[in-house]
Design a protein around this ligand. Structure first.
Ligand code: NAD
Length: 420
């Protein structure tokens, strides 16, 4: 069997294409080709059974020239150094495109949280936070939720981090993580932010392409935070959800699936494939769903040299990070399928994380209208930047998005110079 390609190599290929086209300064290309810090921690946890287990956690800090490191934490068996490196680099490009004062980082623990009780998850999360120690911090590196992590996990990280500070310092450190529950310093609108951003951008794309969302059909891979919110927020536009896939399998209903009803069904511990009144379909059939829009919102490397040819859509809106490989990209371009690339399309999460961070720093509390209006404005500006760059360089949207990011990073490095 062919060896699985390195995810970080995929990111490097994407960057190289953009860097060649824009003529990126060679020194800056060299600096950006490696993450700044790679923290690997092996830590013991005493589980509720009394058994001690060892875990491996990562925090990779790719770049901080534009501000503190920022990026999610993932709990998944596939978490490894290569994957986290790639995800950290994507955060650097994403924050630069959205014009946020942040760098890029990512982290996680290599394990399957489904195998552990809620109480053990809390122990693992707290012990990981302790092991990371001062490698995270509110003005240094700020984690957030990602695959299999949520507001509850962020609350445990916050509480553990604060417990590690002197009592006099605790109130100044609430912005050490974002995506927290509202009761623990979170922001309204953060839970839905990534899905909301995906839908704001799809709507904008539809307007620019004289495309009626009220008559559109779409399908979603992954029905967790990003996928379920994106689907629920497409509903008011009148678009019809034809198929959904998650880790348990895929379902299809030509007359449409109600995303609110499906969400409620899954919240009470049901399996997606047991959802009534739909057909179960296999992975290939799922990808071949005839629809207008595909929203991948699960894991990396789903649209590849082998699978991209199956797609029969007009637009791919990447809710997930890295769902398309360079070979997959090539096919999408050849087929004339439009793309809202991950570094633009799923930036809503980090934008509202930034709002949460600001609210914590300023002891403010914004309402949902304000959060949504500011999110919309920032994403439309980012969309415009990518749109104009794609026209200027006559290139695809992923490459254009990378050029936007690389130019901002290049300007900053050139102004500051390289020490010594
Ligand atoms: P989540 O854990 O809430 O949901 C993940 C979903 O993917 C689940 O429905 C799971 O069943 C499904 N899934 C897992 N393996 C699958 C497989 N092999 N095939 C099909 N489905 C599978 O995670 P999330 O936070 O929604 O993140 C999803 C993606 O979005 C990730 O790529 C993540 O990095 C990216 N992302 C998340 C955020 C955020 O704010 N949470 C922000 C930006 C990007």
């Amino acid at each position: 069997m062919a060896e699985k390609p390195s995810l970080f190599e995929n990111v490097t290929k994407q960057v190289d294409k953009a860097a060649d086209l824009m003529g990126l300064n060679a020194d800056i290309r060299l600096i950006l080709s490696k993450p700044t810090n790679e923290i690997v921690v092996h830590f013991p946890v005493k589980l509720t059974s009394g058994k001690i287990e060892m875990f491996t956690g990562y925090r990779i800090q790719h770049n901080s020239v534009l501000g503190p490191y920022k990026g999610g934490l993932r709990f998944h068996p596939a978490v490894n150094r290569d994957e986290v490196r790639a995800l950290a680099a994507w955060m650097t490009w994403k924050t630069a495109i959205a014009n946020l004062p942040y760098g890029g980082a990512k982290g996680g623990i290599q394990f399957d949280p489904a195998d552990y009780s809620e109480e053990d998850l809390e122990r693992i999360t707290r012990r990981f936070t302790f092991a990371l120690g001062s490698n995270i911090g509110p003005e240094y590196d700020i984690p957030a939720p990602d695959v299999n992590t949520n507001a509850q996990i962020m609350a445990w990280i916050l509480d553990t981090y604060l417990s590690m500070q002197a009592p006099q310092q605790r109130q100044n450190n609430f912005h050490v993580v974002t995506g927290k529950p509202i009761e623990a310093g979170g922001s309204v609108g953060r839970d839905k932010a990534t899905g909301q951003g995906v839908v704001f951008l799809i709507d904008r794309w539809a307007q620019d392409n004289q495309f009626e969302l009220g008559e559109a059909t779409y399908f979603v891979q992954g029905f967790g935070n990003v996928g379920s919110w994106a689907a629920k927020l497409m509903k008011p536009h009148g678009s019809r959800l034809l198929a959904v896939e998650d880790a348990s399998g895929a379902i299809y209903a030509p007359e449409g699936i109600d995303p609110d009803d499906l969400s409620e069904y899954l919240e009470s511990n049901h399996l997606l494939t047991d959802y009534p009144k739909v057909q179960s379909i296999d992975h290939e059939m799922f990808l071949a769903t005839q629809a207008d829009i595909f929203i991948p919102a699960a894991l990396e490397s789903q649209i590849t040299g082998e699978t991209a040819n199956l797609l029969r859509v007009r637009l791919v809106a990447e809710g997930a990070n890295g769902p398309t490989t360079p070979e997959g990209d090539h096919i999408l371009i050849e087929q004339g399928i439009a793309l809202l690339p991950d570094v633009l399309c799923n930036a809503g999460g980090v934008v509202v994380s930034y709002f949460e961070w600001l609210q914590n720093k300023r002891s403010e509390f914004w309402d949902l209208d304000m959060v949504d209006a500011k999110l919309h404005k920032m994403l439309m500006t980012a969309y415009d930047r990518v749109f104009w760059t794609a026209s200027e360089y006559d290139t695809d949207w992923r490459t254009a998005a990378y050029i936007v990011a690389l130019k901002r990073l290049e300007r900053s490095y050139i102004r500051r110079g390289i020490f010594p």
